[in-house]
Structures are given as C-alpha cells and as structure tokens.
Design a protein around this ligand. Structure first.
Ligand SMILES: Cc1ncc(COP(=O)(O)O)c(C=O)c1O
Length: 435
C-alpha cells in the first residue's frame, strides 16, 4: 500500500534526521509505504492523511486495552505531577511488583524498561547463578536487540543448515563473532533434538530461553508435552529455564504461558502488555535465583527502572487485566479466528489459522500443521503480504509481516470484528482472482 501525500512529505522530513525515517528497523516498509502516524484512540489509529485503520498490530502487542485507554491515561496524568525518577524506591514500584506476583505467581520481581533489557538481565542472572556461560535458544524466536541471542531469529533457508546442527547466523553486522560460541539454536517443537542437545551440552548450559508460544513466527504453539520435557531436562541438569513472555505475558492468560500450559519457568520476562504501550518490563523468578541479586552477588540496575510514569501505566493496566480485560481480548480473537477459518474453507483456500486467540496467526500453506520456523518459512508469504496490503488500503491493519500475530485488544467491538472479516474476505478474493 502506498502512503498518502502528507505521510510521504513527512517521511521525507523524517529521513533527514532519522536513518530510514524510523526508530526501529522493523518499522520501515519502503520509502513510499512507510506511514507516519498522527494518533490512536481505542481500536483505531490515524495516519497523517487522516486515513483511519482498525488496529491489530497494536504496536506488536503492547496495546492490550486500546490506544489512549482512559483508566491508564488518568493514572499517568496523576503520576506526571509527582516527578518521575528519584533513584530511590517509590510506592508505585512496590504496588506493580505485588500485582505481577499476584497475577503470575512468580516469587520476586525486578522492574526494567524494555523487553530487550529484561532478557539481557535474565541471561546474566542465569549465568551468574549456574556459573555456566552458554545459552540455548530456538530458531525463529526473538528475544530483543541484545547481542547474546540475536542469532537465527529469521535465518535464511537453506543457509541455517541441517536441523540437527544448525549454523549460527547473526541478525546483524556488529555482533561480535565470539558470541556465536556462547549460543546454540535448534528448531522448536522437536523433542528428539532438544533432548539430544541438552544431554550432550548441559555442562556448559546456563539457560534455555524460549518463547513458549512463538510470537515472532505467527502464534506457533508448543506441542503437548514439549515444554514439560524441557522443564524436566532443566531440572535434571540444573539449567535455568527462562520463559520469554514479552509477547505472551498478560495477554494469553493473566499468568501468561506459565498458566496456560501449567509449566513453571525459573525466570520469566515480561514487557509489552503490562504497560499498555508505556515502556516498562519485568524479570520475575524463583526466590532461589532472585534473592542472589545484590552487592557482590548478581548485578542488576537501571536509572529509569520502575520510573513513576511507567509504573503508573502498569498499575492501571494490570488492574484492568485483573478485572476481566483478557476475557474480552480472547473473545475477540476467537471470533476472528472462527470467521477467518469459515472464509478460507468456503473459498477453498489452503491456509491455517493458528495460535492462541489473543495473538493468532494466518499461514497460507497446504500443510495441516505448522510447528516451527522452517515450516513457516516455506509457506506462501506472497499471498499473505498481498492480502494484508489490500486490507490496509481498506482500513484494517494487522501487520504486513506474516511472522507477526494479529493482536486483538479490549477496545475492539463486534462491529470492528464484522468489518474486519468483510475486509479480509474482499482482500483475499481480489488477491486469489489475480493468481
Ligand atoms: C519475545 C520477545 N522478546 C523480547 C522482545 C524485545 O522487546 P523490546 O522491543 O521491548 O525490547 C520482543 C519484541 O518484540 C519479543 O517479541
């Protein structure tokens, strides 16, 4: 989809000062396609040309309640008058830590600012606690822009190599080569491979970091028993299991994927939905590890960690989550999934609608299941991109990147869902007819 004249003009201004005109590479859609956004309200966002979109990107997940959500704005407005950082603990930090413990069942919590920081700190905690250095991750899993895990996030096929011994492909230049010696990555959802890897390499393994549901390859769920097997092997070999719940936390259930699958991790990272879009993140975990944080023990810090505005946003957001917001989010996702399944069946289009309702994905494929990144990579992205581009022209905006799930929010209504399904069907038909 081409951006409108005002977006294009402002984009030209943006590139004078900002590389690619965006503050995160993933936001760049092309010089004539990158939209400049004016504002958001509830389920909608508007671009500079006043085109209105029903938003399912929701900023890649954080906006769980809806844009400019009244109770969050009210709490933030109140907080703005208090001053923001003191380099000392404020009551709001205690309150948010208590809310996180109540909702998720983690023993202890440290607050930080972004998902990237949370995973970086969690990995340090695991390395310090175990005295080991290596990290095991999974292909297609993304843990933020820290260098330790920025390998095989979206690796090229076939460059990533043989399933049983994949090559480590950095996501960017500038990542020290030596870090590739501290990481291993294997395909997700393959019990034999994960068991072999752990039994062979546990001596060096500090932690296994995993997206329990793949939020960066559209909503791929763990096979029954897979997380349980990893949990069991981590217990057997003293490896710290880190659930990266930056996308799933406070979205797929109040207690996130831990609650959904009834599997407890040793450390859990949260961000996105906990602040409805304000920059706040958390590392939660077992007291045996978290109580080791301290002087001459494990380091953690940050000038802005637990700042007043972010914690005020989190307090209000977590209150909404505690009192029923996720039921709405899930209900909306369920209706969309059912509607899309009905359309693709009626139109005989080979596609899968998969994942948890609060962050589901669509994959155009003949396969009956997609269980890992390599299978997703082999699906028909051309159709997905074309359909999504047409949907955006018609005012409905899931992300164009088929790795990204559709994120429903509490502000979507049945009317939005009805419009979305109508637009999906129209866009699909226009694309299919041209093939
Ligand atoms: C699973 C996961 N972990 C970590 C991150 C990084 O979070 P942030 O962008 O807040 O640094 C993301 C971001 O999308 C993510 O999806």
């Amino acid at each position: 989809m081409q951006s409108g004249p005002k977006s294009r003009a402002m984009y030209k201004r943006a590139v004078q000062s900002i590389p690619l005109g965006v503050n995160s590479n993933f936001r760049y859609w092309g010089d004539d396609q990158t939209l400049i956004i004016k504002r958001g309200d509830g389920a909608y966002i508007w671009d500079m040309d006043d085109n209105r979109y029903i938003d399912y990107r929701n900023a890649w997940g954080p906006v769980i309640l809806g844009h400019a959500y009244p109770s969050v704005i009210a709490n933030v407005e109140k907080a703005l008058k208090m001053g923001n950082v003191f380099a000392m603990t404020h009551e709001l930090e205690i309150r948010v830590a208590e809310q996180i413990r109540e909702l998720t069942g983690v023993d202890l919590v440290r607050l930080t600012n972004t998902g990237t920081e949370a995973t970086m700190h969690a990995i340090r905690f695991a390395r310090a606690y175990t005295g080991r250095e290596k990290v095991l991750k999974f292909e297609g899993h993304y843990h933020g822009f820290q260098d330790y895990t920025l390998f095989n996030c979206q690796p090229p096929i076939p460059g990533v190599g043989y399933r049983r011994s994949p090559n480590m492909i950095p996501h960017s230049s500038g990542i020290p080569r030596v870090l590739s010696q501290l990481i291993d990555s294997i395909p997700f959802n393959d019990e034999a491979i994960v068991e072999k890897k752990i039994r062979e390499s546990w001596h060096d393994l500090a932690c296994i970091i995993i997206e329990p549901i793949m939020g960066n390859s559209p909503g791929i769920l763990p096979k029954p028993g897979y997380l349980e097997l990893i949990r069991k092997l981590c217990d057997e070999y003293g490896i710290v299991l880190i659930f990266d719940e930056i996308k799933t936390g406070f979205r797929v259930a109040k207690g996130g994927a831990q609650e959904l699958f009834n599997v407890r991790a040793d450390l859990v990272t949260y961000a996105k939905a906990m602040g409805n879009g304000f920059p706040i993140a958390a590392i939660g975990g077992r007291k045996e590890i978290m109580r080791e944080i301290g002087y001459q023990k494990i380091s953690h810090g940050g000038t802005y960690s637990g700042n007043v505005v972010a914690t005020a946003a989190a307090e209000a957001t977590l209150d909404e989550i505690a009192s029923g917001a996720l039921e709405k989010v899930e209900g909306h996702g369920k209706k969309l999934m059912a509607g899309i399944r009905e359309i693709i069946k009626r139109k005989s289009v080979p596609a899968l609608v998969q994942g948890p309702p609060a962050m589901f994905g669509i994959v155009f494929t003949e396969k009956s299941e997609i269980n890992e990144y390599r299978e997703w990579a082999g699906s028909n992205h051309h159709i997905y991109n074309a359909v999504l581009s047409k949907m955006m022209e018609k005012g409905v905006m899931p992300d164009k990147d088929s790795r990204e799930p559709w994120f429903s929010s509490a502000s979507h209504t049945d009317e939005h869902l009805g419009i979305t399904l109508g637009v999906f069907e129209e866009a699909l038909m226009e694309v299919i007819e041209k093939i």
